[in-house]
Design a protein around this ligand. Structure first.
Ligand code: AGP
Length: 612
């Protein structure tokens, strides 16, 4: 997703901006640019491609700018080329602006401005914003008012930062339903602006977060914030711990592999201190709902996207099986248009690793407008989701850098397992049952370690199948969701086509596709549905498809059916996803590695999708 960065201070603004943009690289982008002011003159450089391309061009100029704004672009309107890269400018090149979001009414505004003689150089929606500000500034040279008037006409969410050469000592920042943080140093010698606090790494800063329709006038020695009527408002600040170390790959070739191998530890960190051996239940800090409120919950709606939605699907199975609460996991981008059925007894759980996914945040706001209580499950403390939730439980998994989510997923299901245990014990589950589940949950980090120890075998099998262009993934119940997640991993990092189906669904159509050219990957680690899944594999085998199974040790019947078997440590059905999905992560990783794709920055993908 697009990243915004701004710097005003006593360091080299250009270099400070480049450093900030590099911290935003993990979010995924296809072009980058920087603009700055020096002595009332506006300078800029912007290029398609990686920041290194921009850096090369900038080093030729090596300017000492007074202040600068920068941007990493994930293309929405217009291809990824130099012209469409941000910053964008007005015709007179007096204003430079960077933007994250979508101008939903940009066609109308662009035509209106073109009729007034404005010339557009790019295909982007962003250019409309800067030209509209210029239009109002021409009519009345009060920049703050021009910005306010222009933003009022913009439909859609946005975060922007802009500079004007007539105001050489300030950056203006504004947001609507999109993250924008401003951090200043203790001695007020510098101010940083970013759409993602991760860009403030290894800085000790006082941070404030702009809320929707707030505008900030940022100067070196002070930050003034106004509401949409330009009334000044006082903002609370948080101290960002500068102990935050930039993530590094260490001895791993990719962040994804490093984060896969972190999982025994990250799952342990998610669980640590959050359960009671005495009562066989969970103890969840920051769960600001009373036991009475939770006991009265009659319906759970889970909102999420992508891998987080898969975690939600698993949670819905667990909550129904163990806590007997009707639960369904909604794809957030769909739920918003469903006129959701929310009552006072509905608990909404919103799951988001980044806490910034626009579809999830929008769905949460829709649910809140209907009076829902919101429980957030998130991995980023200062995120929008954390602020929008009534209660937010944190994964404690540490920053997840690779676009492909792995450790966040297993920490999500670990935390959701604890929440399910808590809800079940609040209701009908007895202590013995709670202790049994808890004991199985506590074994998971060791079981995941066992899977990682088998990585060479998984790599061998993955390589054998890495030339196939299409795959079917199958499973039932918890293993169906596991197959969906494994298929997504393969798709997003290897660019191969992988479809996941409930194994029982195959005979209702998809089996027509089965052939010797279509490997079938089956997740078989659910005792409840094991026999039925074997039957499905026999049907597939009879039609000549290569069969790869992920199966628990001891499931020997599999040997007469599968062409290749990835053996897994056994556990209860509700928790079988942990070893199975970690093995699925490695399977996808080694196929992608064999195919030579950019595993940590897959094409077209972003780490946090902050546009709807
Ligand atoms: C997962 O591997 C993908 N990168 C993607 O599906 C991701 O899970 C989704 O965009 C949701 O992100 P979030 O958890 O930050 O909301």
């Amino acid at each position: 997703m697009c990243g915004i960065f701004g710097y005003l201070g006593n360091k080299n603004s250009l270099q400070a901006c480049l450093k900030g943009l590099k911290q935003l690289e993990y979010r995924g982008y296809d072009s980058a640019g920087i603009a700055g002011l020096k002595g009332g003159k506006l300078y800029f450089t912007k290029k398609a491609g990686k920041i290194s391309v921009l850096e090369e061009k900038i080093s030729l100029q090596n300017l000492q700018l007074d202040l600068a704004i920068g941007h990493t672009r994930w293309a929405t309107h217009g291809k990824a080329d130099d012209e469409n890269a941000h910053p964008h400018f007005d015709d007179a090149e007096s204003i430079a602006l960077v933007h994250n979001g979508i101008v939903e009414n940009y066609t109308f505004l662009k035509e209106m401005l073109q009729k007034k003689g404005f010339i557009f150089r790019s295909e982007t929606d962003t250019e409309v914003i800067v030209q509209l500000i210029a239009y109002y500034y021409q009519k009345n040279p009060k920049l703050n008012q021009a910005v306010r008037k222009a933003l009022k006409e913009i439909k859609g969410q946005f975060a922007i930062a802009l500079i004007h050469k007539d105001f050489p000592d300030q950056i203006i920042a504004a947001t609507r339903e999109s993250p924008l943080a401003i951090g200043y140093s203790d001695d007020r010698s510098e101010v940083l602006i970013s759409s993602d606090p991760n860009a403030f790494l290894d800085e000790k800063l006082h941070i404030l977060f702009l809320q929707t329709d707030e505008i900030a006038i940022v100067k070196k020695d002070r930050v003034k914030v106004f509401d949409k009527w330009f009334h000044p408002i006082v903002k609370a600040t948080e101290l960002l711990d500068s102990g935050f170390e930039p993530a590094t790959k260490g001895e791993f070739e990719h962040f994804m592999l490093k984060e896969i191998y972190e999982q025994p530890l990250t799952i342990q960190k998610t669980l640590l201190g959050r359960y009671s051996e005495e009562f066989g239940t969970a103890e969840l800090e920051h769960l600001f709902f009373s036991s009475g409120e939770l006991q009265s919950v009659q319906h759970v709606v889970i909102l999420a996207c992508g891998t987080s939605w898969h975690a939600g699907c698993l949670a819905s199975l667990m909550l129904e099986d163990m806590a007997r609460i009707p639960t369904h996991a909604e794809i957030a981008s769909e739920m918003r248009y469903k006129n959701p059925i929310i009552s006072k007894d509905t608990l909404v759980i919103a799951i988001s690793q980044s806490g910034e996914t626009a579809d999830t945040i929008a769905a949460v706001r829709e649910a809140k407008s209907k009076g829902a209580k919101i429980l957030g499950i998130c991995n980023v403390n200062n995120s929008t989701l954390a602020r929008e939730s009534d209660s937010c439980l944190f994964l404690k998994a540490g920053p997840e850098i690779s676009v492909c989510s792995t450790k966040a997923f297993t920490s999500q299901i670990a935390l959701l397992s604890l929440f399910t245990l808590f809800m079940a014990r609040l209701r009908h589950l007895d202590k013995e049952g709670g202790l049994h589940f808890l004991n199985e949950l506590k074994k998971i980090p060791r079981l995941v370690r066992n899977v990682l120890d088998n990585a060479p075998q998984i790599e061998k099998i993955a390589k054998k199948y890495s030339h196939f262009p299409h795959f079917f993934f199958l499973g039932r119940r918890y293993m169906y969701v596991t197959s969906q997640e494994a298929a997504l991993k393969l798709k997003e990092i290897s660019y191969l086509n992988a479809s996941a189906y409930p194994a029982g669904e195959l005979k209702h159509g998809p089996i027509a596709l089965i052939s010797p050219h279509l490997p079938v990957v089956a997740f078989c680690a659910n005792k409840q549905t094991y026999d039925k899944t074997l039957n499905n594999l026999m049907e597939v085998k009879a039609r000549g498809a290569p069969i790869i199974t992920f199966a628990p040790h001891g499931a020997l019947e599999i040997e007469r059916i599968a062409d290749d078997i990835i053996w897994l440590p056994a556990t209860i059905d509700e928790l079988a996803t942990f070893p199975s999905s970690v093995a699925g992560q490695l399977f996808a990783y080694y196929i992608a590695k064999e195919r030579g794709t950019d595993i940590d920055h897959p094409r077209n993908l972003a780490k946090s999708v902050t546009v709807e």
